[in-house]
Unconditional design. Structure first.
Lengths: 239, 242
């Protein structure tokens, strides 16, 4: 599976970047700003997701998982604590990446302006939703599926329009991208850089979708948690 | 006669086609050490997991402190704790930090004082600032036991707690558990593959085989009923199906 997964993702992402560059090479405004800004923002989403799923795996690897769930800690409290951990990780990574982009490429992420705050918040929330669902799947299907903690986030990359606009995608992928909050964030980022202003429409879409997805992810996790307890899988992954 | 602190009735757990626990009923009384004995796959650990609410039973009832575990787990678990040789503490924290985490989870009052007491009792004060990942397995077991007592539990579930301890520390741990049990009227559900330990520790033993209770009573009663010299011989007789 892995043999096909990563090459396919590479092909899709780099293929669409190539199409974008070929179509718009005459008038690519703020080329470096687009790419470096997109890279930093994508990493925020990725770290947010990993802050949940990899922190969960760290508890599994440390064989601490059963100690936690034998205590009065509830599954929702556990997920909330992972969210807090992910925020700490994101702040650390974002500060380092922003500083390096400034020092190495004279790129100032804050050029994006006030929109940066809702962009970042939306990417964090989308990362949480993916992270919670990934964690639920690993709980359900066991440690053999822990590769999902790294793979699932990237699955959204081609339809998040990180490095190219949604218009570059074929129509069926454009429809999917419309329901991916990150695509609205990255479209909004490009709008701010090229035209300025505040991309309200994109942010409303991203926020609405994120509220729905994070709610669904919580429901899914709690339902799944009951299933793994019934099937005795919670203790299998914890030992 | 005291009221039982744990009441288990008709407990059953099925994993796919395997009946891991088959219609098991027993009580645990205040201040009692009840030993769960049986070969691998007898259902000992599954019973402990069901008593902790980590695995849902297929059928049967569990009451702890008179409350239904299914409906009152959050309340019950505050006065319960467990330790297992198969489980560890967070390995990126120091010994003291990891105890602090659990002191918070169990809402322990006077956390620092309690942690200092436990570090002293289990003779791990000198490693309190070491990362858990860097301590020996014997120290890890002692840390697990310190965690298990952090909330002054009324009942303790111990799944092979001395499995990786050297004979000296294992003996100290047993003495310590017996003295805590005596002084605080602590009830303990205990599993071990060390038959001498089971004989020494348990007030009463439940012998499990393929998920069912095949014998129950004081260690000497079980030895007498099976017409053997000690628990080890009883265990071998059952495990080998003689």
């Amino acid at each position: 599976m892995e043999v096909f997964y990563w090459p396919l993702l590479d092909l899709l992402v780099w293929g669409f970047i190539t199409v974008y560059l070929a179509q718009f090479r005459q008038n690519l405004p703020g080329f470096i700003t687009f790419f470096l800004g997109a890279l930093i923002l994508w990493d925020i989403l990725f770290r947010s997701q990993q802050g949940i799923s990899v922190s969960f795996l760290e508890d599994v690897w440390a064989r601490n998982f059963l100690n936690l769930f034998a205590s009065p800690l509830s599954s929702s409290e556990y997920i909330l604590s992972l969210m807090l951990v992910s925020v700490v990780k994101i702040i650390t990574v974002a500060v380092i990446m922003a500083a390096l982009a400034w020092v190495l490429y004279s790129f100032n992420i804050f050029l994006i302006g006030i929109s940066l705050i809702p962009f970042v918040l939306n990417l964090i929330i989308m990362g949480w939703a993916i992270g919670i669902i990934t964690t639920a799947l690993i709980l359900r299907f066991g440690q053999e599926t822990e590769v999902l903690a790294w793979a699932i986030g990237f699955m959204f990359m081609p339809v998040s329009a990180v490095f190219y606009p949604v218009s570059v995608l074929p129509p069926f992928l454009q429809t999917i991208a419309h329901y991916v909050p990150a695509s609205h964030v990255f479209e909004g980022m490009r709008e701010v850089i090229s035209k300025g202003g505040f991309p309200l429409n994109e942010l409303v879409w991203a926020s609405g979708l994120n509220i729905m997805y994070v709610f669904i992810s919580f429901l899914f996790f709690n339902w799944n948690f009951k299933v793994v307890k019934r099937k005795g899988l919670l203790v299998r992954i914890g030992e | 006669m005291y009221e039982p602190i744990v009441e288990v009735k008709g407990l059953t757990k099925v994993f796919k086609l395997l009946k891991a626990v088959d219609n098991v009923s027993f009580d645990i009384y205040p201040g009692e050490i009840l030993g769960l004995l049986g070969p691998n796959g007898a259902g000992k650990t599954t019973i402990i997991h069901m008593l902790l609410g980590l695995t849902a039973p297929a059928s049967g009832d569990i009451k702890v402190f008179g409350f239904d575990l299914k409906k009152n787990r959050e309340k019950i678990i505050q006065d319960v704790n467990f330790s297992s040789s198969y489980v560890s503490m967070p390995n990126s924290l120091t010994v003291k930090e990891s105890l602090k985490v659990f002191a918070r989870l169990y809402k322990v009052k006077e956390k620092e004082k309690r942690i200092s007491e436990l570090l002293k009792i289990f003779e791990i004060e000198d490693i309190e600032d070491k990362l858990v990942r860097n301590i020996s397995s014997g120290h890890q077991t002692r840390l697990n036991l310190a965690k298990a007592l952090i909330n002054n539990p009324k009942i303790l579930f111990l799944d092979e707690p001395t499995a990786s301890l050297d004979p000296d520390i294992a003996d100290k741990t047993r003495s310590l558990l017996k003295s805590i049990k005596k002084n605080r009227s602590l009830s303990i559900l205990y599993t071990s593959h060390n038959m001498k330990e089971m004989e020494e520790m348990s007030d009463r033993i439940i012998f499990l085989y393929k998920g069912r209770i095949i014998a129950e009573g004081r260690p000497e009663e079980i030895i007498r009923d099976f017409r053997r010299k000690n628990l080890e011989e009883v265990f071998l007789k059952v495990a080998r199906g003689e």
